[in-house]
Design a protein around this ligand. Structure first.
Ligand code: NAI
Length: 513
């Protein structure tokens, strides 16, 4: 396809809802003349009027010059029939999420615009390949997936279906950059990049809730401590359980009921109850949240045993050893063992061990060590401030006195320990490992590059780091071992290790001894 430069080319935005209005704003602010159309009578004019207020707000705050705002607004023309925009060079569709309606619209549009005009769809879940099927020139249809709110969210997934011509995807990539966005290329597969890789963030928490491993408040606090702006429960409450459940179902169905994407009965019950989250006043939490719901169990009193042995080579182990010493403990270090753990004499006799999770439950580790007093604690993937929340679990065969001691030791190490049931992989470790696993599969299947996955998760859903950045930080072996342990505990398809990750164990020389 012979594409002309799209700078300042006329743009038609179809659908003047939340997304369409935002797309029109961004295009107009980048200097394009924009036609805005909606089948709902008056919707396009209404969207423009709303935009006038938004732009005025930016002017009032000193973020935009008055003449620039006025010029941007003047570039937007609401139209009642798409025929008025026949000379558009780019069409961005943001109408109802329905394959037949979108196909019908694009058939109408391709009869109208010139053959070198690009047709872009903002669909969030429909196959770009399927939307293009049946068009006279399907190669010029591409996904241009913005995130809500469009003017603020930097990410655009440029989605190529089987028909999409590379030059078309490149032109939309460049156009997105010209609009101040950060585009990433993606292959049209269920959920594209963000909505696919993000699934485990919700799914692992829902799985833990199903097992009654912890409360929503505890799970949210643990993931916030790992750097996420919102915990999964509060985030699902914000998104709306109906929407989140629908996306999960759609990804699950589109992957032929692969158990890895299985929706959760916990969320279905919320939807059935009409507890959709903030919009209905109740979800996991009541909204506004009560003080009782926000309050976490108090941290245990800090107490370090007289003599401790700390294993592990990383900075984390050093920090633990220093904290224990500061509490008056006589500390010995064992750096030959890379696993971070704290061992000490139990108050009631015998040895106690508090060790970072490797995906085995505390009970399994205690059984294998033939030592009942074992506790496991969660991964720390962020620089955690002193007093940050840390999940831990105690083996069922441990004594109550050891459980209390383990909490005191973790508090002395600088955390606010929160006890969960003995679920393998605890909270942060299993969530992060599964996010990495999903991203690894996406890369192996050619959906995106590792760099695109990192950028997409940071910019599309504000993750504190990208999955491959976490992988770099944690290392391949701990991730693979954790997933293998979960796989052997739960015995199903859900925790199967991505072949890409398993290969990486060998190629990076991180093969376990
Ligand atoms: P919305 O419901 O706010 O707006 C859709 C608009 O399209 C409505 O004003 C409706 O009257 C109009 N419309 C429906 N059929 C039409 C047709 N045949 N021709 C012209 N106009 C028509 O929906 P929203 O949220 O803006 O979503 C639009 C598209 O963007 C969907 O495909 C959605 O999946 C996608 N999307 C939505 C995101 C979100 O967070 N809301 C994020 C990314 C993509």
């Amino acid at each position: 396809m012979n594409l002309t430069n799209l700078n300042y080319a006329p743009v038609l935005v179809v659908g003047a809802g939340i997304m369409g209005a935002g797309i029109a704003q961004v295009a107009a602010q980048a200097g394009h003349p924009v036609w805005l159309h909606d089948t709902r009578e008056g919707a396009a004019a209404q969207a423009k009027a709303q935009l006038a207020k938004t732009l005025q707000g930016l002017v009032d705050k000193g973020k935009l010059a008055a003449d620039v705002a006025a010029a941007a607004l003047a570039r937007i023309t609401p139209i009642s029939a798409v025929a008025e925009a026949a000379s558009a060079k780019v069409v961005v569709e943001a109408i109802v999420e329905n394959l037949d309606v979108k196909r019908g619209l694009f058939r109408e549009l391709e009869a109208l615009v010139a053959d070198d005009a690009i047709l872009a769809t903002n669909t969030s879940s429909i196959s770009v390949t399927a939307i293009a099927n049946g068009l006279r020139l399907p190669g010029r249809l591409v996904g241009m997936h913005f995130f809500n709110p469009v003017p603020l969210m930097k990410l655009v997934e440029v989605v190529s279906g089987l028909h999409t011509e590379p030059a078309v995807a490149e032109a939309i990539f460049a156009l997105s950059q010209a609009w101040g966005k950060v585009p990433v290329h993606a292959k049209s597969t269920p959920g594209f990049i963000v909505n696919r890789i993000a699934r485990p963030y919700y799914a692992e928490t829902l799985a833990l809730l199903l097992e009654q491993a912890a409360t929503p408040a505890v799970l949210d606090a643990c993931l916030r401590a790992a750097g996420f702006r919102m915990g999964p429960c509060e985030l699902m409450d914000l998104i709306g359980h109906d929407t989140n459940f629908a996306v999960t179902n759609s990804v699950y169905g589109a992957n032929f009921q692969d158990k890895r994407y299985s929706p959760s009965g916990v969320q279905r019950d919320l939807v059935d109850a009409g507890w959709l989250g903030r919009k209905s006043g109740r979800g996991f939490y009541t909204h506004p949240q009560t003080e009782a719901e926000k309050t976490l169990p108090a941290a245990a009193a800090q107490s370090a045993p007289g003599v401790v042995s700390v294993t592990g080579r990383c900075a984390w182990a050093t920090r633990i050893a220093e904290a224990m010493a500061a509490h008056g403990a006589r500390v010995t270090r064992n750096e030959r063992n890379p696993e971070v753990s704290i061992s000490f004499a139990c108050s009631q006799g015998g040895e106690g061990r508090v060790v970072v999770t490797d995906g085995r439950s505390a009970a399994q580790r205690a059984s294998e060590l033939q030592q009942p007093n074992v506790a496991v604690f969660d991964w720390s993937v962020a620089d955690m401030a002193p007093g940050a929340v840390m999940a831990y679990a105690v083996a069922g065969q441990a004594t109550p006195a050891f459980a209390a001691q383990a909490a005191g030791v973790l508090a002395a190490a600088g955390w606010h320990p929160l006890r969960t049931a003995d679920a393998p992989g605890l909270v942060v470790a299993r969530s992060i490992a599964m996010l990495i696993n999903e991203a690894a599969d996406a890369v192996q299947q050619g959906v995106c590059t590792p760099e695109a996955a990192d950028a997409a998760m940071k910019l599309g859903v504000n993750y504190p780091a990208g999955p491959f950045e976490w992988l770099q930080r944690v290392g391949t072996a701990p991730v693979v071992h954790l997933l293998d342990a979960l796989d052997s505990h739960y015995r199903g398809e859900r925790y199967r290790v991505s072949p890409w990750l398993r290969q990486r164990l060998y190629t990076t020389g991180a093969h376990p001894a």
